[in-house]
Design a protein around this ligand. Structure first.
Ligand SMILES: Cc1cc2nc3c(=O)[nH]c(=O)nc-3n(C[C@H](O)[C@H](O)[C@H](O)COP(=O)(O)OP(=O)(O)OC[C@H]3O[C@@H](n4cnc5c(N)ncnc54)[C@H](O)[C@@H]3O)c2cc1C
Length: 414
């Protein structure tokens, strides 16, 4: 049915990038978003476009996670009460934390990073999106010799995949960013990375998609996808409205798992909750987006505020904010930066990253359901990989040639 729209479920960065790509190619598109466009994880994330960044599972992390389990201020927290339900996911996560698996994942993530960056440049320029897009790179800043040793290895690791990464010693970091307290040992600079205001980017691109002919509907929650004879037939909204379509893109972030389950498709993911606290910084302000490396806290200057963001908390699909996690952000900032103490937060927020156990996005046709394309599972890299995901969805759905090997991203790997 050529005049049936392609339905996209979910108006986060992934759904909006897919809508933009499909609409720009002239395809009829309707995006259905339960709440506000960019209202969930895509709203308050750290806004760091970490080009070529590795996935969450990496050697040593499984053991470290066990040590952190009972520390309320630790950057990674797996609730002991999550219990048996999380065991299969944890087992797969543990298996993915090997050097061999990391090397394999990096081939795909590096390529996605290379393809996503020019798309940001193109979208922001073409749609004149005012989102404080900065090209200062991202610095992982270290205050300990042990951390710095790891940072130097990280530079070599990134260079090994062809990225422009280099090591800055403490004096260079302090000269470049006087906002740091004395005592920085050094920083790994990923020069190709960028930053932006994530909500403004997604909202701006949504306006662009509309301009190119897409229909974007907020406050339009989808109840289910109607399958007839093993093929997508329609999407049914909570109020009973049916929209017939033979092509649906499921881009509902962490909620993709539960929606897929209702139609017999397995997309196992856990919600990786993260927090932000925006403050105004006094004195010399940070200009380069950073990660306070020993504390795993991202600091992103966005317009006239500083966004502190981080923690990875596996405590189910909920928006409960734990004050200790927010305090951990401020404590980390105090340790590394000047002008950040005693600040009244401008905003405090939490959001849910859609995390498959192997750390790899899920982009591809769903098994056994003709016409259902899945686009989710980006964990900590969804903002960065949104545009390339949108482009890949367009290629799949419109039958265009693929610009990369998508086998490692397939939706039937579970
Ligand atoms: C603290 C924090 C910091 C982060 N920092 C970064 C960063 O610096 N760089 C980076 O690349 N990534 C970062 N991320 C990760 C990034 O935010 C996510 O990977 C990304 O936003 C996921 O986008 P999404 O579109 O898949 O999901 P979401 O943004 O969650 O969007 C999914 C949408 O689907 C909608 N939906 C759900 N169910 C339905 C339904 N039934 N009907 C209709 N709509 C529905 C939801 O309302 C939601 O709007 C961070 C995340 C967090 C939490």
């Amino acid at each position: 049915m050529p005049d049936q729209p392609i339905i996209i479920i979910g108006g986060g960065v992934v759904g909006v990038c897919a809508a933009y790509e499909l609409a720009s190619a002239g395809a009829p598109v309707t995006l259905l978003e339960r709440g506000a466009i960019a209202g969930e994880a895509s709203w308050g994330n750290a806004g760091q476009m970490a080009i070529g960044h590795p996935p969450i599972p990496r050697p040593g992390l499984a053991v470290q996670a066990l040590k952190w389990m009972f520390d309320p201020q630790s950057p990674l927290h797996i609730s002991p009460s999550a219990g048996w339900s999380m065991l299969p996911w944890l087992w797969e996560f543990w298996r993915a934390c090997s050097a061999a698996r990391l090397a394999k994942s990096m081939v795909t993530l590096a390529e996605m990073g290379r393809q996503t960056k020019p798309l940001f440049d193109e979208y922001i320029e073409r749609e004149a999106i005012a989102c404080d897009y900065r090209h200062a790179g991202i610095m992982d800043v270290f205050r300990t010799e042990g951390g710095a040793a790891g940072g130097r290895k990280f530079v070599e690791f990134m260079q090994g995949y062809g990225f422009d990464a280099h090591w800055l010693d403490g004096a260079e970091v302090e000269k470049r960013e006087p906002a740091f307290r004395k005592g920085v040992v050094g920083a790994a600079l990923n020069a190709e990375s960028t930053s932006l205001d994530p909500a403004k980017f997604v909202e701006g691109l949504a306006a662009g998609a509309t301009k190119h002919g897409a229909t974007l509907r907020a406050n339009a929650p989808v109840r289910t996808i109607d399958i007839v004879d093993g093929a997508v037939h329609a999407v049914v909204l909570e109020d009973g409205e049916r929209i017939e379509s033979s092509r649906v893109v499921l881009a509902a972030g962490i909620w993709s798992s539960s929606m897929a389950r209702t139609i017999g498709v397995r997309i196992p993911m856990q919600a990786g909750k993260g927090y932000h606290r925006d403050i105004e910084q006094d004195g010399p302000r940070l200009t380069t987006p950073c990660v306070l490396a020993e504390r795993f806290v991202a600091c992103t200057p966005i317009e006239n505020r500083l966004r502190l963001a981080g923690t990875l908390e596996f405590t189910g699909v909920n928006n409960i904010m734990r004050p200790a996690r927010l305090e951990a952000l401020s404590n980390a900032a105090h340790e590394y930066l000047t002008g950040v103490d005693g600040k009244e937060p401008i905003t405090e927020w939490c959001g849910l990253r859609p995390c498959p156990a192997d750390g790899m996005p899920i982009i591809g046709w769903a098994p056994r359901v003709k016409g259902l394309c899945v686009a989710t599972g980006h964990s900590m890299l969804g903002m960065t990989l949104g545009p390339v995901t949108g482009r890949l969805v367009r290629q799949l759905v419109l039958g265009e040639p693929l610009t990369m090997d998508m086998a490692p991203l397939s939706a039937d790997r579970f």
